[in-house]
Design a binder for this molecule. Structure first.
Ligand code: ADP
Length: 167
C-alpha cells in the first residue's frame, strides 16, 4: 500500500472513494461533511436518508462506516464514518482507529483501490492533530486491505506538517 499526503480539499480528490468525517445522523454537518454535501449535491443526502431508514434508525454508531454514491464529486463513492469526540478523561483512540479500519473494509467491499481520508475527529470533534495523525497512520498501516493508495488530505499546512513528521 502507498500512503501519500496532500494539502488540499478532500472534495477535489480523484480517487475511488473519499471518506467523510460524518456525524451519526448522516444528515450532514459542518467541516468535511458540509463540503462533501455542498460539492457532491443532493444525491448523497438522498442515499444517506435511505440508509437511515433501512439500517440506521438510531444513527450510524461511532467507529463504523457506510458507503453512498459520491454524486457530483470526482470520486465513485463516499464512505461515511463517525469519529469519536475527543475526551480528556476517556481513551477513545480505538474508536478513532476503527474509523480508518472500517472505512478500508467498506472500500474493499466496494472494490475501491484508492481512498482519500481527512483527519477524522480533528475539527469540530476536537482531537489534537498530533495524536490523531499517529492513530490514523498506525491504523492504516496495520489494516488488512486490498486498497493500494491511501491519501491523507490535510486542509492546512499545519496539519500537513504534523502528518509529514509522523510518516
Ligand atoms: P470532525 O467532526 O470529525 O472533527 P471536521 O470536518 O470538523 O470533522 O474536521 C476534520 C478535519 O478536516 C479538520 O482537520 C478540518 O480542518 C479538516 N477539513 C475541513 N474541511 C475540509 C475539506 N474540505 N477537505 C479536507 N479537510 C477538511
Amino acid at each position: 500500500m502507498d500512503i501519500t499526503l496532500v494539502q488540499g480539499d478532500i472534495t477535489e480528490q480523484r480517487v475511488d472513494a473519499v471518506v467523510n468525517a460524518a456525524n451519526s445522523s448522516l444528515m450532514g454537518g459542518g467541516g468535511v461533511d458540509g463540503a462533501i454535501h455542498r460539492r457532491g449535491g443532493p444525491e448523497i443526502l438522498e442515499d444517506c436518508r435511505k440508509l437511515r431508514a433501512s439500517h440506521y434508525g438510531k444513527g450510524l454508531p461511532t467507529g463504523q462506516a457506510v458507503a453512498t454514491t459520491a454524486g457530483r464529486l470526482p470520486a465513485r463513492w463516499v464512505i461515511h464514518t463517525v469519529g469519536p469526540v475527543h475526551s480528556a478523561s476517556e481513551d477513545r483512540s480505538q474508536l478513532l482507529a476503527s474509523c480508518y479500519v472500517e472505512s478500508l473494509r467498506v472500500a474493499d467491499e466496494l472494490g475501491a483501490r484508492s481512498v482519500a481520508f481527512p483527519a477524522i475527529s480533528t475539527g469540530i470533534y476536537g482531537w489534537p492533530m498530533d495524536d490523531a495523525a499517529r492513530i490514523a497512520l498506525d491504523a492504516v498501516r496495520q489494516a488488512h486491505t486490498s486498497v493500494e493508495d491511501v491519501r491523507f488530505v490535510l486542509f492546512d499546512r499545519a496539519a500537513y506538517d504534523v502528518f509529514e513528521s509522523r510518516i
